[in-house]
Design a protein around this ligand. Structure first.
Ligand code: ADP
Length: 256
């Protein structure tokens, strides 16, 4: 295998309008690793996740995901890689008016020819896989429910099922529990950790909850003002590292 890393970023910078969202990012994540990205609001966590799934282009530097060089890949190579990367968002990104079966099937739209995708809106396709995915996330009985009628925790489970039907090599989660209460949030994190292990998939999750990151992930990356401040096994981090990461946010709060 040419590049065994799931993620390989070399001196990556991202500029969004007038904002330098990321600067000089050097990062390698191996296949199968489970990594949390923490840092204050505006640190660049979402931008980093976007870089990894190819929705945010790098301004400069090297971006390789699952061996695909995003900056040089053809549209076809890019699509093939993106099909193997499943992303979960804070706000779930589901169509609330649709039944859960359609939202889960949306995970496969990129892999289906247009006629099949269009037909699936009228006549849901490959229901066995959808059912199995919903079963694995603990809501097997909700196949035909209107998605908007489900609770926040259940909607995030639908979003995870949508990723599962992609058979992902990598799962990216951008603040996946920020809209949930702590107990539901912990259940979702545990589910993501269990499923990524079962799928043998790499997991990268950005989290605002530091305790959750330190207690459950093998490796924690601290991001602040677009730069990596630390990148260490969770057990090697101490309170000082975390306090320093959020120090600027505390300064701002004290000034306010
Ligand atoms: P986080 O996820 O850690 O809160 P983001 O990656 O969302 O941080 O944002 C990093 C920086 O980039 C912030 O300063 C944010 O305001 C800025 N930013 C994000 N998206 C855009 C955009 N589309 N245009 C301009 N600036 C942006």
């Amino acid at each position: 295998m040419a590049n065994p890393a799931a993620i390989d970023l070399g001196d990556v910078s991202v500029r969004l309008g007038s904002v330098q969202a990321l600067s000089g990012i050097e990062l390698t994540i191996l296949r199968g690793e489970r990594v949390a990205v923490i840092g204050p609001s505006g640190a660049g966590k979402s931008t980093l996740i976007g870089l990894m799934n190819g929705t945010v282009p790098a301004t400069s530097g090297r971006v390789h995901t699952l061996g695909c060089d995003y900056r040089r890949a053809s549209a076809r190579q890019l699509r093939a890689t993106q099909r193997r990367v499943g992303t979960i968002h804070q706000r779930f990104d589901l169509v609330e008016q649709l039944r859960t079966v359609h939202n889960v099937n949306a995970g496969r739209l990129g892999a289906w020819p247009f006629w099949k995708a269009a037909l699936s809106l009228v006549l849901p396709r490959d229901l066995k896989d959808v059912h199995a995915a919903l079963d694995r996330v603990g809501i097997g009985g909700k196949l035909n429910e209107r998605t908007g009628d489900l609770s926040g925790g259940e909607q995030q489970r639908v979003a995870i099922a949508r990723v599962l039907v992609q058979q992902p090599a990598m799962i990216l989660a951008d603040e996946p529990v920020a809209s949930l209460d702590p107990a539901r949030g912990l259940e979702i994190i545990n589910l993501l950790l269990d499923l990524s292990a079962e799928e043998n998939a790499t997991l990268v999750a950005s989290l605002h909850d530091v305790e959750m990151a330190l207690g459950r992930f093998d490796r924690v990356i601290g991001l602040r003002a677009g730069r990596i401040v630390f990148d260490r096994p969770a057990q090697q981090l101490n309170e000082g590292d975390v306090a320093e990461l959020y120090a600027f946010e505390q300064d701002l709060r004290q000034e306010a």
